[in-house]
Design a protein around this ligand. Structure first.
Ligand SMILES: [Zn+2]
Ligand SMILES: [Zn+2]
Length: 118
């Protein structure tokens, strides 16, 4: 009893899933920079410090999930910007050509609370 040393400790532990993986990417490697890993990791409820004593590696599975997460957040952010711009510039009229929502005329059709002063 007590000698269940993990046979496969040859890999690196992934910071996000805590599993030993053979193929990982170090947070501060050139590859990570290329993938903008550190930027994407800021979306997560963890903080990574270059000098903390925790693993600095991430596995491929987690990278994929991180990318999906990043894309989702990015999309939400862009969508929000578009809607904000739309509201800001022509909240009671039709969308001009330059509006990203031009053509989606169902957007404000139910909004009858606005009174035009002209
Ligand atoms: Zn992982
Ligand atoms: Zn618009």
């Amino acid at each position: 009893m007590g000698s269940y040393a993990k046979a496969t400790m040859t890999g690196f532990i992934c910071r996000l899933c805590s599993e030993y993986k053979k193929s990982v990417i170090h947070f501060y490697s050139a590859k990570a920079q290329e993938l903008e890993l550190l930027k994407k990791l800021t979306l997560l409820p963890i903080t990574i410090d270059k000098y903390d004593n925790l693993p600095k590696t991430i596995c491929q599975d987690c990278i994929e999930k991180l990318n999906l997460q990043y894309r989702l957040v990015d999309r939400i952010r862009k969508s929000f910007e578009i809607q904000q711009r739309h509201r800001l510039f022509h909240s009671n009229g039709r969308c001009p050509l330059e509006c990203p929502l031009y053509g989606t005329n169902s957007y404000d059709s139910s909004d009858t609370s606005l009174q035009q002063s002209e």
